[in-house]
Write a protein that binds this ligand. Structure first.
Ligand code: G6P
Length: 608
């Protein structure tokens, strides 16, 4: 949510920053701006391309910073775009996060006669820094003084006209990393703008401030204590974060699903002993395996993966599992007993603030927290006691595809691990692992049918309303299918437990209402078939997803049928998700929508 990139070095900063903004655009894309020392700032409403088109040729310099925005305070206008400055233009700031007490601070400035150009909290921050930046004070000290007065979250970069060779970065709950090159340094809110230039990075922690000049960098606390930070190596390569000839990142990332499943499982399956090895959880194993209650948390698609995980763990380990949204968990009366409860936080980006706050709440109660995270070195990876990396590779499109599939795959592994410590025999474990090994190929088979799904999308692209229905393991996938359609096609869609239809929602069924029914051959097959009949009896249209062997049966009931391969009931969600993602993609394509960057959304939601 909002992207930041900064550069200090010998090169022309402008192309580095503009490239960085393009790489970061998936984090926010309603307006963008750039500041280059000696040239000042340029901002535009709209996509990064609009800013790029209006850049004068001589907008050059060797230090600068840029920002792509996802509006929180104030509409996505040029005035509200970052960078922001104090009225004199001495201090410039790009900022991710929210300054919670900005209204009070702004009121004091207004009382002093200061006028503001924007409605943002960030402009207030610029004024606060400028106020502390009196003669003889260094920029980093002014930043620390100003930040001592604010409440809220920030990842920010500050530049000043008085010290044009310096950038200052600071972090509180919103990610900031430094890229360490040869005589050049980068700052970014995630790795994507840095990858092209260097793999050596430093992750700032909350309460730290970094000072970068062409001569080097220093990280310290706000009380001016120097911090020695380890330089870590980024795993992802530049290629992985590019479209590789696909029209959209979303399509490319769906085509990578088989590989993502393979990479998620690589080196982790132990078929001989019917269990799995999760290196990241090794140190936590005794505690984890003695847990009597498992909690899972996450937001959006990650929360649906968690609900699949809940069923898997209950099925294989017989343990009670509770899933709670990250945005809700922290507000509940805590009933987690640290003696026997563990929490898994699931997040592709590792930066979702609601999930981070849920982790912090659990930790306040002494509960051990483990992460299921795709982005190495992300905040959740570092705030959890241990965890499992997805290894799904970078996911750029806002709608999660391969990452959510990888999350379910990790949860399947965790379920087997917990199962083997509880009810699951070695033979049963080995059979499950054998089935997991088949999944990449089965996913490939589904992806090969994408043109067939494209044809169906053409047929249904003008639908105004859709239900996604499923039972048991398919119930969370109904929600996942619906959120995909909503996110990128802007079609009203709801995921429902199929059995709940008759308790109210069925009143909505009429001939133009589409129901996508998940009816694979599983323990719910007959019951789900009855749901199709109920809908058809009321004139509704049905698109069914079923498994091989059932297609003839289902064709007699549904208007259209997508057929996928069979697997174990608990792993079917991993497969049924794929046609639903493809369907949403092709519907959005047919409607001519901006698939990778849908309106109002952002990939990484770092505000509560
Ligand atoms: C945003 C994205 C969703 C994603 C959710 C959780 O809302 O648009 O696609 O599922 O965040 O993201 P996370 O990075 O925590 O998995």
């Amino acid at each position: 949510m909002c992207g930041i990139v900064g550069y200090v070095g010998k090169k022309n900063a402008t192309p580095v920053l503009m490239d960085g903004l393009r790489a970061l655009e998936y984090r926010g894309y309603d307006s963008a701006g750039i500041y280059v020392a000696g040239r000042g700032a340029l901002k535009r409403a709209g996509k990064v391309a609009v800013l790029a088109d209006s850049l004068p040729d001589d907008f050059e310099g060797t230090l600068g910073m840029a920002h792509t925005r996802w509006a929180t305070h104030g509409a996505p206008t040029e005035q509200n775009a970052h960078p922001h400055s104090d009225p004199t233009g001495a201090v410039w700031v790009v900022h991710n996060g929210i300054i919670e007490n900005y209204a009070d601070l702004k009121a004091s400035f207004l009382a002093e006669g200061v006028t503001f150009k924007s409605e943002t909290d960030t402009e207030v921050l610029a004024c606060l820094i400028a106020k502390a930046y009196t003669d003889g004070v260094l920029l980093e000290d002014a930043v620390s003084d100003a930040l001592a007065q604010v409440r809220g979250t920030y990842g920010l970069v500050v530049a000043s006209s008085r010290e044009p060779e310096k950038l200052v970065a600071a972090r509180a709950s919103s990610p900031v990393m430094l890229g360490i090159g040869d005589d050049e340094y980068f700052i970014a809110s995630d790795a994507t703008p840095i990858l092209k230039h260097t793999r050596d990075v430093i992750y700032l922690d909350d309460g730290e401030i970094a000072i970068l000049t062409p001569e080097g960098y220093e990280v310290r606390t706000h009380t001016r204590t120097k911090v020695e930070k380890p330089v870590e190596t980024l795993e992802w390569d530049v290629e992985a974060a590019q479209k590789k000839g696909y029209e959209h990142f979303m399509l490319k990332e769906m085509m990578e699903i088989p590989e993502a499943i393979e990479n998620t499982m690589r080196g982790r399956l132990l078929p001989g002993v019917g269990t799995v090895k999760l290196g990241g959880l090794e140190s936590a194993l005794p505690d984890l395996l003695s847990a009597k209650r498992i909690m899972l948390t996450g937001c959006g698609s990650a929360s649906y993966a968690a609900r699949v995980g809940e069923l898997m763990i209950e099925e294989f380990a017989g343990l009670p599992v509770e899933v709670e949204l990250g945005s809700e968990l922290r507000y509940r009366r805590p009933t987690m007993d640290p003696k026997d409860t563990v929490l898994f936080a699931i997040s592709q980006s590792g930066e979702t603030l609601d999930t981070i706050e849920a982790i912090r709440e659990a930790k306040r109660h002494g509960v051990r927290v483990y992460g299921v995270v795709n982005v190495v070195g992300s905040s959740i990876a570092r705030e959890t006691d241990a965890g499992v990396y997805n290894h799904a590779g970078p996911e750029i499109s806002v709608a999660s595809t391969k990452a959510v599939i990888s999350q379910m795959t990790v949860l399947a592994l965790i379920a087997i691990l917990l199962g083997r410590a509880n009810e699951l025999s070695q033979t049963e474990g080995a059979a499950l692992i054998k089935e997991l090994e088949r999944l990449p190929d089965l996913a490939r088979e589904i992806l090969e049918k994408r043109e067939e799904i494209h044809e169906l999308a053409k047929r249904y692209k003008d639908t105004e309303n859709a239900f996604y229905l499923g039972r048991k393991f398919q119930c969370p996938i109904a929600s996942e299918g619906a959120i995909k359609l909503k996110e990128i096609s802007y079609i009203h869609a709801e995921g429902y437990a199929a059995g709940e239809m008759k308790h109210g929602p069925i009143a909505l069924i009429e001939p133009s209402f589409l129901s996508v029914v998940l009816v694979p051959e599983d323990s719910m097959y007959e019951k789900s078939k009855s749901n199709i009949q109920e809908i058809r009896a009321r004139g509704g249209r049905v698109l069914a997803v079923t498994t091989e062997g059932c297609e003839d049966d289902i064709r007699t009931l549904a208007d259209d049928v997508i057929v996928i391969p069979k697997t174990h009931e608990a792993f079917l969600p991993i497969l049924t998700t794929i046609p639903l993602q493809l369907f949403a993609y092709y519907v959005a394509l047919e409607r001519g929508l901006p698939i990778d960057m849908p309106r109002n959304l952002a990939k990484s939601v770092t505000v509560e």
